[in-house]
Design a binder for this molecule. Structure first.
Ligand code: UFG
Length: 338
């Protein structure tokens, strides 16, 4: 079965491609390399021993998508292609709406016109905002996200739900908590553009001496140690959830499937706990200072991920320390390439 993976050279995309290949799916990747590099494709081949088909183009180009669907018998799609920097999304809202929503609609149009089902969307826990209950269930009410990026995820979900209901399609919305870590081979991982916004890439670059010190954004939150709490999920566990969600869609005999899953570990870790776990796992110091809170940050978010466990037979069980070890291994690999 051939699966289109948009953004398949990105951080979560590349790990998911490896898992799809392992499970004997044929993979067609489209990625415009706006947040990745060509060597990731070579490394996917090295790690998986298989060669995915790759097209480097911008998925806003409808005519190219049309040609792609003419050329390949695509039977499903995992849509990772999207801009994802929260801060940047506030400065360039139109770019975010155009890129993230037009790409999505362009692909859904092909699905509609060609009678294809099985569509998986990269969503985010950002759709819950600061939830009123913890842990967060799939039924926890959504709130208006703080960022334009978050709004593109919430709008994307609504577009897909309407699409599935009107045209009788099988879809799965996967709400990721905070993905971290790298492939155990040390050959795939996150490539942060410029100064990292996210915690773990910044911690890693600080340990490597690329950044002087980590700024911890706030230690006056109502949490155990005053720093904000998130649910950090290992990227390979996350990648495996995509395969499980896809297999469930394919196996379903219903013509319409509307699946929504929280993908997290079910455990919250504070910023300080992440720093300490990184230091312990890698025997390296992470200098930090405490700063003001970052605008738009929530206090706490962690998943109840039992629905995914029950329905997909999937569970994120890699520990924070093991995930952070792989991050460090990936950093060493990147340094060895320079
Ligand atoms: N943090 C720091 N210092 C840093 C970076 C982050 O203290 O240099 C803190 C943040 O304040 C936050 C925690 O580390 O408390 C995690 O921050 P990240 O930026 O790694 O992750 P977020 O939870 O803010 O962002 C994640 C996803 C986004 C999504 C968002 C929704 O990465 O895609 O959740 O809340 F939009």
């Amino acid at each position: 079965m051939t699966i289109l993976v948009t953004g398949g050279l990105g951080y979560i995309g590349s790990h998911t491609v490896v898992e799809l290949l392992k499970n004997n799916f044929e993979v067609v990747i489209v990625d415009d390399l706006s947040n990745s590099e060509k060597f990731i494709l070579e490394n996917i081949e090295e790690v998986s021993g298989k060669k995915p088909i790759f097209y480097p183009f911008d998925l806003r180009r409808k005519e190219l998508i049309h040609q792609l669907f003419d050329a390949h018998h695509i039977e499903g799609c995992i849509n990772f292609a999207a801009y994802k920097a929260v801060g940047e999304s506030q400065e360039k809202p139109l770019d975010y709406y155009e890129n993230n929503l037009f790409i999505l609609i362009n692909i859904l149009q092909e699905f509609k016109n060609r009678n294809i089902s099985n569509f998986i969307f990269s969503s985010s826990c950002t759709v819950y905002g600061q939830a009123d209950e913890m842990p967060i269930h799939e039924t926890t009410p959504l709130k208006m996200p703080e960022s334009v990026y978050g709004k593109t995820k919430q709008m994307g979900e609504e577009i897909i739900l309407d699409f599935a209901k009107a045209y009788h399609k099988k879809i799965s919305l996967l709400r990721y908590f905070n993905p971290i870590g790298a492939h155990p081979s040390g050959k795939l991982g996150e490539l942060p553009l410029g100064i990292p916004n996210n915690l773990v890439p910044f911690v890693t670059q600080t340990a490597a001496g690329i950044r002087k010190e980590l700024s911890i954004f706030g230690n006056d939150y109502p949490t155990l140690d005053g720093t904000a709490v998130r649910d950090y999920i290992y990227v390979v566990d996350l990648a495996k959830a995509h395969v499980a969600a896809l297999q469930k869609l394919i196996a379903s005999t219903e013509d319409t499937v509307l699946d929504i899953y929280n993908l997290g570990t079910g455990n919250g870790s504070s910023v300080l706990e992440v720093v300490q776990a990184f230091e312990k796992a890698n025997q390296v110091a992470v200098p930090y200072k405490i700063c003001d809170r970052r605008v738009g940050d929530i206090t706490i978010a962690y998943a109840n991920a039992t629905k995914a466990e029950k329905e997909l037979g999937w569970k994120a069980d890699t520990t924070l320390e093991i995930a952070l070890k792989t991050t460090w291994q990936w950093q060493k690999y990147l340094e060895s390439r320079n």
